[in-house]
Design a binder for this molecule. Structure first.
Ligand SMILES: Cc1cc2nc3c(=O)[nH]c(=O)nc-3n(C[C@H](O)[C@H](O)[C@H](O)COP(=O)(O)O)c2cc1C
Ligand code: SF4
Ligand code: SF4
Length: 384
């Protein structure tokens, strides 16, 4: 029985928590995943090279010192790697994704059917930037050839497998790319938020969150719980760790414990930042005031095609009859306009005490409010 405290679903898949192992070619196979990520909500293994050309390119990469998975029986290897995930020490309910590379659609379709039949996710590698792969049209080359990427995602999706696409930010226009991937039918966008010379590009995670309804996995430079929280607060549904596991083999387990405690205490593990600080995504409209003064809220609601009055009506409509409705003593007369719990406020807390509303329940209602606003927007996020 899988605990469902996070309510994390995509396609027919339920994740038991929002912590994932990300792929490192030649390193993250089933043995590695079983040893270091047996409590993760998702383990991505691979990348698996599916045809002769990708295996040849991988041999060249190995010749210059990189690790790779090479096989002259790629599909047998893929199958056995997925099977090995089931009989190691993986805790029941762990979801597996296989990250794959191919130069044509046929091997990708075969891998998709293997993944589908095993209940695994197929992750298309549009991320690899090694010249040996890019020069044969694989990895990053797919981000630069959106018509082919879209065509391949559509065909892979037709097999019925759950599809993830792994990308890296700041290579092409990330919003154009995100929308193309979503319109092609992908279920999951796995984003390495890389920005040359800095840490993770958190602003880009926020911008992507505000442009898509896809399940979003945020990745890059996560080495502790604070890094994970920073990415969750920009709208990642899940975060993944690659190199961090090499430095701290227990990191996945530690992150699972930390995020579980946070979810139990607050009810919204990936609650957004406030919009006024310039970092909040559109979900943060749940914490916004009655829109009566000039501030950042107006630009945000305009993106959703809403006037100030329509936004106000929408929030009040949601609040009616719920524990967010009362709040005479608060700034705008109802908890529906109140700030995030992390902002100390004796007025809000006084009302919550009076009506017996716990912090976790308050945040759960705000999460539902955020979903309600986005679902009822006149312009959906993936079109705004
Ligand atoms: C040695 C190594 C190999 C990698 N191989 C792959 C790969 O085959 N496919 C892929 O999508 N990403 C690959 N990645 C990228 C990682 O999955 C991840 O996106 C990146 O390292 C940033 O995350 P991190 O800061 O947690 O390491 C690789 C990364 C490393 C360090
Ligand atoms: S409405 Fe309030 S919370 Fe929202 S951006 Fe304006 S001042 Fe900040
Ligand atoms: S009463 Fe407190 S929590 Fe509510 S809007 Fe005012 S400052 Fe924010």
């Amino acid at each position: 029985m899988i605990d469902d405290i996070f309510d994390l679903h995509t396609g027919n898949i339920t994740f038991k928590n929002p912590i994932a192992l990300a792929t490192m070619a030649g390193i993250t196979n089933s043995a590695f995943a079983n040893e270091h990520a047996n409590r993760a909500g998702l383990v991505v293994i691979g990348s698996f090279n599916l045809d002769e050309k990708t295996n040849d390119a991988a041999s060249k990469l190995m010749a210059r010192g990189r690790d790779e998975f090479i096989s002259d029986n790629p599909f047998g290897f893929l199958k056995s790697e997925i099977e090995n995930m089931g009989d190691g020490n993986v805790v029941a309910g762990n979801v597996v994704a296989v990250n794959v590379r191919g130069t044509t659609i046929e091997p990708l379709l075969e891998a998709a059917m293997i993944a589908r039949d095993a209940g695994a996710i197929l992750e298309l590698d549009a991320h690899c930037r090694q010249e040996e792969m890019v020069s044969i049209g694989v990895g990053e080359a797919l981000m630069r050839d959106i018509p082919r990427l879209v065509d391949w995602i559509g065909k892979i999706k037709e097999t019925g497998v759950v599809v993830s696409v792994k990308i890296r930010t700041n290579v092409v226009d990330d919003i154009v790319l995100t929308r193309a991937i979503e319109s092609a039918g992908a279920d999951i966008l796995h984003v390495d938020a890389m920005k040359e010379g800095t840490g993770a590009d958190l602003r880009m995670i926020r911008n992507i969150r505000d442009s898509t309804k896809m399940f979003l996995i945020g990745n890059n430079s996560i080495t502790c719980f604070k890094d994970a929280k920073d990415m969750f607060a920009r709208g990642a549904d899940m975060i993944s760790v690659a190199r961090g596991v090499l430095n701290d083999p227990n990191i996945i387990s530690e992150l699972v414990d930390d995020i579980t405690a946070l979810q139990q205490a607050t009810g919204w593990y990936n609650a957004p930042k406030h919009i006024c600080g310039g970092e909040g995504d559109l979900r943060a409209l749940a914490f916004c005031c009655l829109p009566v003064k000039p501030c950042a809220v107006h630009n945000k609601i305009a993106k959703l095609g809403l006037s100030a009055q329509e936004f106000a009506n929408m929030k009040m409509e949601f609040a009616r009859g719920t524990m967010l409705e009362p709040g005479d003593n608060t700034c705008f007369g109802s908890l529906v306009w109140c700030c995030k719990l992390s902002k100390p406020c004796f007025l809000r807390d006084g009302v919550m005490n009076m009506i017996g509303l716990s912090g976790a329940e308050y945040m759960r209602l705000k999460k539902n409010l955020a979903t309600y606003i986005l679902e009822n927007a006149k312009i959906p996020v993936n079109e705004s």
